[in-house]
Design a protein around this ligand. Structure first.
Ligand code: ADP
Ligand code: MG
Length: 652
């Protein structure tokens, strides 16, 4: 059945080359019980690993049922290990976080068998451990652990059982139990190849090979093999042709279970690595919510700006974005406003002054922004009173002491009392409240409702003591006339103030639509910046996950080795670790979504900023976090899957 021809194995440790096997040739027939003996370091394990498809020879050929298997690839060897061989190691190599039953059933998962529970149960019973089914390895004695390992080795009904000093770590009573189990298995038709260095144990076999320095020095038949029951074996071609079932649910459930238990058994570490993604996702969601909210509130305040508006204001020299008040400043006057209003292109005009004022009602005091405006300000700037009325042209002419107040003033001075008709003092002068301004809300740190509007003349001559207006709002008849109006107003001011060409920067005319564009641009830039910052934190989170996965892979190299030894293919290992890292990132992402939404709502409650949680941001960031989990988990997973089973098993 097995034939080795001139097989050599050389270990190259860099400094020295060890010839572990030197042109070994060997035939082993079906249903033999072979013991391999020899001193430590004579090459027994190396030979057994090659026989058991765990390692490949450097030279020579290995014929299995006449097929040379030295040319087979990694995954094909996995198939052979899974279907033909069962391995029992000196160190048991049970997976610590699984109970006996799951440990025994593990090879069936890679065989894609759904009935692995019942098959594992049967084998556990066969090694007389039915009462220890749900015990974990650390709750079992050495002998019991080795019996579980044997159950695992035979669960997929192998043709050959390989055992490398199976009793090396056991007391003599357990040793006897293990040996009698092996003999039973042999009697049932399984070929057994066992390494040992005790004559007593070797004597239980039918054939003894002795090794020294990588060579077989003797080969004796102790007992003629009895022809017992024969077992219909699968041919190698059948096995290699066997399609591995894609990914069975059992397999997936096992990975999932593994991932969860690995995450749970390292709570702190997992939490820290989740934290990165969590913060990233939360940041993306809350930042985008903030940006969107800002955009919305800006759009809202922009809509109160009215359309086709130009603003003429006292100018400033601009150099590289820095405003410098130098040289001549053109003082705008009420007469400028009057002349502008007479122009053809212009529909309405409102001259304005701004200042601060102390407002008093009874014993209440409030410092606020005072606007002196023209009559048309109400319509031009969406400030038509929601109750009461605006002042009239006559009232403006006679500098009447009437005021229209914002919601914040009412709240601060009157509470809930009706304030229209009341008299307040503005900078110690009595004013009558004739109307209430519409609520505009806060934009960023500025409360737009904290304002009082009075006639511009009253403001200039009675309250603020100004002789000039600060700016003049101009509403052009229609959009097409804006450019024309712009230059007409410019010429008018130049003429009225007799400005030299040099002094033409001493005033400026702004198109409100420009401001609108500028503000929209600014918010977009802000959203983008916030988004980038948040995206970077997701990336950092991903790197954290990769780090953890690398550690996790390192830590479980032995486990990976064992899984490969019992038939896991590269893909199986890959998927297992990918599931783990995806699970980590996914849970981080989910918690991040909740925290992100929470933070957004909290900010909107505390800072009174408007917030808009965007579904796009939520879906995008959770998708990105999953992709990062897979992306960053891939590298450690690939590394894990490439490991050679024997090197992995030897890893400390
Ligand atoms: P045995 O099982 O008979 O004790 P091994 O087959 O384990 O012997 O080892 C045979 C020789 O090969 C020994 O000299 C050992 O040091 C060497 N050897 C085994 N495995 C490796 C390895 N992975 N790297 C380097 N040398 C090794
Ligand atoms: Mg050995």
């Amino acid at each position: 059945m097995i034939e080795l021809r001139d097989v050599s194995k050389i270990y190259d440790t860099g400094k020295v080359q060890v010839h572990a096997l030197k042109k070994v040739s060997l035939r082993i027939e079906e249903r033999e019980f072979v013991a391999i003996m020899g001193h430590s370091g004579s090459g027994k394990s190396t030979l057994l690993n090659i026989l058991g498809f765990l390692d490949k020879p450097d030279e020579g050929s290995y014929l299995l049922h006449g097929t040379d298997i030295t040319t087979l690839g990694d995954d094909e060897l996995s198939l052979l290990r899974n279907n033909i061989a069962g391995f029992v190691f000196q160190q048991f190599n049970l997976l610590p976080r699984m109970n006996s039953l799951d440990n025994a059933g593990l090879p069936l998962i890679y065989a894609g068998r759904k009935d692995f529970k019942s098959a594992a149960k049967e084998k556990i019973a066969q090694v007389m451990l039915a009462h220890r089914e749900s015990h974990f390895p650390n709750e079992l004695s050495g002998g019991e652990q080795q019996r579980v390992a044997i159950a695992r080795a035979i669960v997929n009904r192998p043709l050959i059982l390989f055992a490398d000093e199976p009793t090396g770590n056991l007391d003599s009573k357990s040793e006897e139990e293990i040996l009698s189990i092996l003999e039973d298995l042999h009697r049932s038709g399984i070929t057994i190849i066992m390494v040992t260095h005790e004559m007593e144990i070797a004597a239980r076999a039918g054939r003894i090979l002795r090794m020294r320095d990588g060579e077989i020095i003797s080969d004796e038949i102790v007992r003629k093999k009895k022809m017992i029951r024969t077992r219909a074996g699968m041919s190698i071609k059948d096995i290699l042709g066997k399609k591995h079932s894609a990914f069975g649910t059992a397999e997936f459930a096992d990975y999932f279970h593994q991932a969860v238990s690995s995450i749970v058994s390292h709570k702190l570490r997992s939490m820290l690595s989740i934290l990165g993604i969590l913060i990233g996702v939360a940041a993306v969601i809350s930042m985008v919510a903030l940006g969107e909210g800002a955009k919305e509130s800006i759009t809202q305040s922009l809509s109160s700006l009215g359309s086709n508006l130009l603003t003429v204001r006292t100018g400033s020299h601009r150099q590289g974005g820095i405003a410098l008040q130098t040289g001549l400043v053109t003082r705008l006057t009420m007469d400028d406003a009057r002349d502008i209003s007479r122009m053809n292109e212009v529909r309405r005009v409102s001259p304005s002054v701004i200042g601060r004022a102390q407002v008093v009602f009874n014993n209440r005091n409030w410092n606020t922004q005072l606007w002196g405006t023209g009559v048309d300000y109400a319509t031009m700037r969406a400030a038509v009173p929601i109750s009461g009325r605006f002042f009239t042209a006559d009232e403006l002419k006679v500098r009447k002491k009437v005021a229209i107040v914002g919601a914040t003033i009412i709240k601060e001075l009157f509470g809930t009392m009706n304030s229209v008709g009341q008299t307040i003092k503005i900078n110690r002068i009595n004013f009558k409240i004739i109307g209430i301004l519409p609520v505009k809300g806060a934009s960023f740190f500025h409360d737009q409702d904290d304002a009082i509007v009075i006639p511009v003349t009253t403001a200039m001559y009675r309250v603020l003591g100004k002789e000039y207006v600060d700016f003049i709002d101009v509403e052009v008849r229609n959009q097409q006339m804006i450019d024309q109006a712009l230059s007409a107003i410019r010429n008018l001011i130049i003429k009225r103030h007799r400005l030299n060409p040099d002094d033409q920067d001493s005033f400026e005319i702004r198109d409100v639509s420009e401001i609108r564009d500028l503000m929209t641009q600014t918010t977009m830039t802000m959203s983008l910046l916030l988004g980038i910052v948040a995206a970077i934190s997701i990336l950092v989170g991903g790197i954290g996950i990769m780090n953890i996965m690398l550690v996790s892979v390192k830590e479980r190299i032995k486990e990976i080795g064992l899984r490969k030894a019992i038939g896991a293919r590269r893909k199986d290992i890959l998927v297992q670790f990918l599931i783990e890292s995806s699970l980590l990132t996914f849970s981080g992402g989910i918690i991040g979504i909740f925290i992100g939404c929470g933070i957004s709502i909290l900010i909107s409650l505390m800072a009174q900023w408007s917030i808009r949680i965007s579904l796009t941001a939520v879906t995008l960031s959770s998708m990105v976090s999953i992709m990062i989990g897979i992306g960053f988990g891939l590298w450690p997973a690939v590394q894990a899957s490439r490991l050679n089973p024997i090197e992995a098993l030897r890893y400390e």
